[in-house]
Write a protein that binds this ligand. Sequence first.
Ligand SMILES: Cc1cc2nc3c(=O)[nH]c(=O)nc-3n(C[C@H](O)[C@H](O)[C@H](O)COP(=O)(O)O)c2cc1C
Length: 335
Amino acid sequence: MHAWFSNDCFPLYLAPMAGVSDKIFRQLCKERGADVLVTEFVSAEGIFRRNERTRRYLDFDEIERPLGVQLFGGNPEHMAEAARQVIEWVRPDFIDLNFGCPVNKVVAKNGGSALLKDCPLLGKVARAVVQAVAPLPVTAKIRIGWDDKSVNAVAVARQLESLGVAALAVHGRTRAQGYSGSADWNVIAEVAGAISIPVIGNGDLLTPADVAKRKAETGIAGAMIGRAAMNSPWIFSQTKQYLATGDLLPPPQPTEKWALIQRHCELAVDECRRNGPSPEAAEDLAMRSMRGRLMAYSKGMPAGKMLREKFQHVRTLREVEEIAQVHLVTCLEVV
Ligand SMILES: Cc1cc2nc3c(=O)[nH]c(=O)nc-3n(C[C@H](O)[C@H](O)[C@H](O)COP(=O)(O)O)c2cc1C
């Protein structure tokens, strides 16, 4: 079994995030210490269509290994066949099963967290995929239950372990919670105590100290970080340093953060140009889709409100460069 699915190396995972954890962002996080990467979720049915969009979701570079492709769907045979095709097509290091997505469109088709309400079907999906791709490992990501009256993470975890799933990520919220309230780390700890495959804890890990606390208190074998990485991909290297030495690395300097933001924008525009119509249209398209990402980066930066107002309308790389120049001068004046 691969080292990152053992109980003793404490890998840091970048959480799969649709519309966020694309190839560019995964690589930016990898450069800053993320150990294991997972693609955005991909529909099993989308795999059969092999359209351009699906191809983009599955695209990754060798440097991203170990990398898992996350699949969702509620039909065991289709999930197994899709997993086989993915392996033949892009050869990931593992397949990850999404049993946590709360989105109506996915749940309505028996995908994602809907399967937490139908454990026999969840078991059939897991068994079919494990058998189809063996010896390649299959991991799963769950929420703790459908709602607070049906928290069944321990039972689901035992079931998945018995079916040969290699590691389990647990987001400590129910489906009903969406992203509100807070993650229940008591349930995550119960799961970690109940099964012997690695349990990767997920939910509201915002700082290196959060990860250290949950590691010490819950028996998790690794941590998965999502939204905090959208704000600061440095969280991975900072957490590693903190876990190893107890030292908190200083936050990145504003110049370093701006260098990352600009690089992210440039890579997004390059990628869009490779697929897009004219260079100008590609830049416009890419920068519009970067707006949400820029908002996330700006949280916690000095004069963040002013930045967010500007980012709402940004359309070119040149504009981002100008915003950065003005902001850096303002920051220096404040210092
Ligand atoms: C924008 C966004 C997209 C997400 N997409 C996925 C997804 O495709 N697959 C998945 O398993 N979880 C997805 N999630 C959930 C995250 O993987 C993670 O479980 C959740 O954000 C909690 O972790 P955090 O508090 O560190 O952000 C998504 C979350 C966000 C915010």
